[in-house]
Design a protein. Sequence first.
Lengths: 299, 148
Amino acid sequence: MDFVSTREESKELIESVLADAAKYDSDKDFTKQATGKILGTLFFEPSTRTQFSFQCAMERLGGSVVGFSSIAGTSVKKGESLLDTVRMFGGYVDAIAMRHSLEGSSKLASEVSPVPIINAGDGSHDHPTQSLLDLYTIRKSLGDFNNLRIGICGDLRYGRTGRPLSIALSNWDVNITYISPPALSMDRGTVRYLKGKGMDVREVVKLDDAIEELDVLYMTRIQRERFPSEEDYKKYAGAYVVDGGLMDKANENMILMHPLPRIDEIRPEVDNDPRAKYFEQAKNGIPTRMAVIMKALFE
Amino acid sequence: MDKTLKVQKIEEGTVIDHIEGGKAWEVIKLLGLDDYPATVTVLSRVNSKSKGKKDIIKIEGSELDKDDLDRVALVSPHASVNVIAGCGIKKKYNVEIPDSVKGILKCTNPNCVTHSEAVLGQFKVESKDPLRLRCIYCERAQNGLEFK
């Protein structure tokens, strides 16, 4: 099966991935289930966590990985189309994890690929396995999703994690608070979609206005590469910073998450706070992606 | 001598009636009728009993296909079509906004993959009134209509 769109994932599928991830997380005997299988990692854009966690997940499952981490040295550089590259790789491997700057690229790839496609990020549109590992981290730390108050802060317009996480969470009864400058706010279409699913959505500009009531604070990076100029970037970078003082105001059971990499938005002094879950969150990418790869290969 | 030019009936062809007032020119362009080699008659902003002002297009010698009807429906969802044969109405029906639209619109998201790869734009119609479409690839709600 393909994993190209968070919007198309049913609650049952998400629950099944989370349950499988918990098994892979706790019991190392589940390894070696993909022996002899090959995962193609087609990263048209650079990535650290996503690409290497896919690689580690596949190797823990006993399979192997081939692919590229930028278009330099590939036929794409010579002008080969995305679809031809996918068709070609699809003849070599058993599943493809793909990152591309164009939105909808994974969905399109899934229409021509002879093997399952896993969307590893397509522009600002979606990043389904990130959302799944985010959900897994919340489930592992706080249990039930229902009635949680979740704040998503930072660059919500250009970031690729806040939107799909919100859409995945809309399968449960949660409250979302978006915290961003107006110029980087969540797009109206997504807000309308979430409200249409009965979700309680609030939007604020200041982190201070939301911090005390949150069960989860999900920070995101202001992405330099999404801005047309350095001037535009500097205008917003550093607008939201989590430090010891802010954490003092937060609920004692609140968890602090971040898809990483962070720049200035979480001070290093917070790293030792037991509520800081971002490194554990990154680690959770392995069992979650093991679960996704197995479903892609065998379901 | 009476110099009034009357709009004559067509013998064979199609009449698109009840087009929203002033939208006929857009329909002409979308159906490629500006290059059509036979007679096309346009009546713009004529009085309508039910719709205030309406436009009418008469096309000599041509019927509309599904693609044409989808285009008309997206621009003017209350339009009706009369198929004419032997100066009489052979068939009459209303256009209908389809549940999905393929190949006639471009995605309004400039970063959508459909602008770079050889693929037809495809959209799910989420609401017909008001009209709301979503690209099936980038999943963005469309900000207006951009015809190919």
